[in-house]
Design a protein around this ligand. Structure first.
Ligand SMILES: Nc1ncnc2c1ncn2[C@@H]1O[C@H](COP(=O)(O)OP(=O)(O)OP(=O)(O)O)[C@@H](O)[C@H]1O
Ligand SMILES: [Mg+2]
Length: 364
């Protein structure tokens, strides 16, 4: 998959910007704060309808304006035009100028794998953050995933509001049974897709980590309440837990509590791995995703490495860049070209941001 051109209107610090990308390697260079991440953020927003940096779309609108627009031509088997417009709290997505009403039908179309500093949260942050990050990854791979998640969350909300009415009242077990049945059905579907994703990652992540110069075993442990239970057993669990749920006023058991734990040598990485190892393992995770997309769709997704190089040494950077298959369209943002090998630069299209204009050139 390849993004051939990108147009921004009133997005972040850009009024009007149009860029034409190389099929292979693209490097965006410039000082801190010139808008490098803003450009790759726009690609991300176009693909996933939301940013990886904020949930607030208003902040993406250029100061003083009242809408943002992102448009790109994306080449897969054919070239398609994708557009997202946000105005007055309302987001519209279009493919070839046809409005797509359900975001869940839209999101699996543009496949991107992005590494940013934000991804270190996969290790350091709360289960909630990890679930959100992994949800974004799986929803690109399977367009049913968001649908299941939306249904699940809707039913969960319904169940929780029912629980809140139950304090010192008789439970209507028939009603609860109807809700629990639906909750479990969607929960099991979500669990299967999460498990499948994690299993696929685990098959290759250690090998990739090894190729990047690490020598420890990596794996992701998928921790879920639904592990090993049949639907009947799960129904019983919900009934048995009902008093606890009522006292909390919310459902305490289910896939909304899932977690993904990054392990090194079978120990939780958070307390075991060094900073550098943590960063490298997330990179290995992202590179593993490239292969999973390739297996699923027959082509590589677009790879974005945002500010990957700031804390890595030149040798490590070289290993990472060498690993990436040459057919992958790659975007790199950096403040410092010196970190990248000459031969890599020579075959890259370089976009130089200086706050006023973007200079496009092939490196000489
Ligand atoms: N809504 C907005 N309107 C105008 N400017 C904005 C808006 N949001 C962010 N900016 C500006 O965008 C700039 C940050 O851009 P970005 O994060 O892309 O920088 P960067 O080039 O990636 O920097 P670094 O090298 O530090 O990562 C800031 O200068 C900020 O003032
Ligand atoms: Mg940045």
């Amino acid at each position: 998959m390849e993004i051939t051109s990108l147009k921004l209107f009133s997005f972040r610090n850009f009024d009007n910007l149009e860029l034409f990308f190389s099929k292979y390697k693209n490097i965006i260079i410039g000082n801190n704060g010139v808008g490098k991440t803003n450009i790759v953020e726009a690609i991300f927003v176009l693909a996933l309808t939301k940013s990886f940096r904020t949930n607030d779309d208003d902040i993406l609108i250029k100061d003083g304006n009242n809408l943002y627009k992102i448009e790109a031509n994306i080449k897969s088997n054919f070239i398609n035009n994708y557009k997202i417009v946000y105005q007055d709290g309302n987001k519209v997505v279009k493919i070839n100028n046809n409005k797509i009403n359900k975001f869940s039908d839209y999101i699996s179309n543009i496949n991107i794998v992005l590494f940013s500093i934000n991804d270190l949260k996969l290790i350091k942050d709360t289960p909630n953050t990890r679930r959100k990050l992994i949800n974004l990854e799986i929803s690109q791979l399977n367009n049913n995933y968001i649908k299941y998640l939306n249904y699940y969350n809707k039913i969960l909300k319904q169940r929780n509001s029912y629980l809140k009415t139950l304090y010192k009242k008789q439970v209507n077990l028939d009603y609860l049974n109807v809700i629990d049945n639906q909750l479990i059905d969607y929960g099991l579907k979500i669990k299967d897709l999460r498990l499948d994703f994690v299993n696929k990652i685990n098959l290759i992540i250690s090998d990739i980590y090894l190729k990047l110069g690490g020598n420890n075993k990596l794996n992701i442990y998928y921790k879920t309440d639904y592990d090993m239970y049949t639907k009947e057993q799960l129904l019983d669990i919900y009934v048995n837990n009902i008093n606890k749920d009522i006292s909390f006023g919310s459902t305490q058991f289910g896939i909304h509590k899932d977690d993904f734990i990054f392990n090194m040598n079978d120990k939780d990485f958070k307390n075991y791995g060094s900073e550098g190892q943590q960063k490298n393992s997330i990179i290995a995770f992202k590179l593993a995703e490239l292969e999973i997309f390739k297996d699923k769709t027959g082509e590589y997704p677009i790879l974005i490495l945002d500010d990957l190089f700031s804390e890595l040494d030149i040798k490590k950077i070289e290993k990472i860049l060498n690993y990436i298959n040459k057919d992958v369209q790659t975007f790199i943002t950096t403040t410092d070209l010196k970190k990248i090998k000459k031969s890599y630069l020579k075959s890259s299209k370089i976009f130089e941001l200086n706050g006023v204009e973007v200079k496009e050139d092939l490196y000489e």
